[in-house]
Design a protein. Structure first.
Length: 537
């Protein structure tokens, strides 16, 4: 094999100054090499040290003590000055960050951000850099790239933002691309497109790629070699086929075997229908992009959707980004104005309720959002976060009683009362999602709308959260409206599935029957992309 492009030797990274504070070692004596043109994957659960290892290569880990050596073209990056590192970042080693919405600057168009990188490293004129940026956007598959060049990050879809990040990373033709969870929050079809794009670009540009992920299906289809990290240590490093065929370490076997397992209790035949929606429509107005720019068009994003949700039932709603899943959920909650149709809860029309009745309804119909880190206030303690709903809906409770109920809700999701006075940033992703579930559970709701509650979690943590939700459903006869693009999760949890495309229901039915024999071409494409068709989770 050719000489290593990147050679990491005995890398250790720790946090904490040691003065009255115990040092935490995130990476422990990790060694591996990446060769030119290689596709290498670093896998492991959250907290295993994957991202810290990748960020250490670019010296982007703040307030850390780093030991060992990181050789790039034979030179130790840890010996270089910050000015020298700025010349390497983006030009020789580029990075695709996990969440493009936070990695891209919201104040500037995406094209300008790509141009800035080209100007900085290559000194091209603004016009020449702009032409290259448009060409890169086109190459990464963004339609109407000349127009999207002037779009801000929030105006692009999730898949388009990720493509823009890839275009920015490739702007200066780097030799190594570090891709940190590049497909985590994307739909199955978009995920497949991004993987294909990365593979094509890697071959076209002769890049080496270091993929950081917990998605083993992605690893199996993309990487030629895999390193497995557990608690900061590299426990196994092997060719992809050999590692999946005969993993040596129990931890590796656990990761490979972890996948959502179906845990569905049949609903009672006489279970009452708690929520019913009839011909729900939601439209938004937007400015025209032709010569009649002063006029507005109406764009329908939810089109005449009818559904029912019985007590103790889980209705899975699937579809790609932009299919109307979340907009439908917000309309059912009364948080999004409808342009047509009706929503009833226990036979009562939501649209006709006064503020007092609507407030009472919202204690019974709660929502768990996709990103608990974004939905939990960083300035509030866990006691304040979980108890906020009680303070609003049951103000007559004493402080002691409210704290008792908060502790009981935390116990229901497997957390101890000792965490009451801590803050969200002190917890892992799985723990934060449990806190988010406790926050809604404390109000004793009847319906939970779960909007992508496991999309950013590791496979093992994901299964723990799913088992928790299934257990709570059996115990309290909760009804779930489960929104997800992860069809394995939907299949594991749902009694019935509703498939949305462009705001319309294209297919619905009992979960196992629908997965076994999808009729609509769009549903078939979704299941094929997820490699689910004909397989049990």
């Amino acid at each position: 094999m050719s000489q290593a492009l990147l050679d990491i030797r005995q890398l250790s990274v720790s946090f904490g100054n040691g003065a009255g504070e115990e040092a935490f070692q995130a990476v422990r004596e990790v060694s591996f090499a990446i060769h030119p043109g290689e596709r290498f994957a670093l896998v492991g659960e959250s907290g295993s040290g994957k991202s810290v290892t990748a960020l250490s290569v670019l010296r982007l880990v703040a307030d850390a003590r780093t030991q060992g050596r990181i050789f790039w073209n034979g030179e130790n990056l840890l010996d270089k000055s910050e000015r020298q590192m700025r010349g390497i970042r983006g030009a020789d080693i580029a990075m695709i960050f996990q969440e493009p919405m936070t990695a891209l600057n919201p104040l500037y168009p995406v094209g300008r951000q790509i141009v800035e990188a080209i100007e900085l490293h290559e000194g091209l004129s603004r016009q020449a850099a702009g032409k290259r940026a448009v060409a890169l956007l086109e190459r990464t598959g963004i339609p109407d790239a000349g127009r999207k060049f002037h779009s801000y990050p929030h105006q692009l879809s999730g898949g388009q933002r990720q493509r823009a990040m890839i275009a920015m990373a490739l702007a200066c033709k780097p030799k190594l691309l570090l891709a940190d969870e590049p497909t985590t929050a994307l739909d199955v079809t978009i995920r497949a497109q991004i993987v294909d794009l990365l593979r094509d670009l890697q071959q076209e540009y002769g890049l080496a790629v270091m993929l950081i992920t917990h998605d083993l299906n992605l690893v199996r289809s993309f990487a030629t070699r895999v390193g497995v990290m557990e608690k900061g240590k590299l426990v196994e490093c092997e060719d992809t086929e050999r590692l999946f065929a005969s993993p040596r370490e129990p931890y590796t076997r656990m990761l490979i075997e972890s996948r959502p397992r179906r845990s569905v209790t049949p609903t009672a035949a006489d279970a009452p229908v708690l929520m019913r929606a009839q011909n729900v429509e939601v439209s938004f107005s937007r400015k025209r992009d032709d010569w009649r720019w002063w006029k507005k068009d109406s764009v329908a994003v939810v089109r005449k959707i009818t559904l029912g949700l019985a007590e103790g039932e889980t209705l899975g709603i699937v579809g790609e980004s932009g299919s109307g899943k979340t907009t439908l959920a917000m309309a059912l909650l009364g948080l999004q104005r409808m342009s047509g149709g009706d929503v009833e809860f226990q036979g009562e029309r939501i649209a006709g309720l006064d503020k007092a009745r609507l407030k009472a309804l919202r204690a019974k119909v709660q929502v768990v959002f996709q990103d608990p880190y974004g939905s939990l206030s960083p300035r509030m303690t866990i006691a304040e976060i979980v108890g906020e709903g009680l303070a609003l809906h049951q103000p007559e409770l004493s402080v002691a009683e409210r704290e008792r109920q908060v502790a009981a809700a935390l116990a229901e999701v497997g957390l101890e009362a000792s965490i009451l006075h801590r803050y969200p940033h002190e917890f892992s992703g799985g723990q934060r999602q449990r806190i988010a579930i406790a926050r809604v559970l404390v109000l004793k709701p009847q319906v939970l709308i779960l909007d992508e509650p496991t999309s950013a979690l590791d496979v093992s943590i994901q299964q723990q959260v799913l088992e928790l939700l299934a257990g709570l459903q059996r115990k309290y006869k909760l009804s779930y409206l489960f929104i997800s693009h992860d069809l394995a999760v939907i299949r594991a949890m749902s009694h019935r599935i509703l498939v949305l495309k462009d705001g319309q229901v294209v297919e619905e039915g009992e979960t196992e029957a629908l997965v076994a024999a999808p009729r609509h071409p769009y549903t078939q494409a979704l299941f094929d992309a997820a490699s689910l068709h004909g397989k049990l989770p």
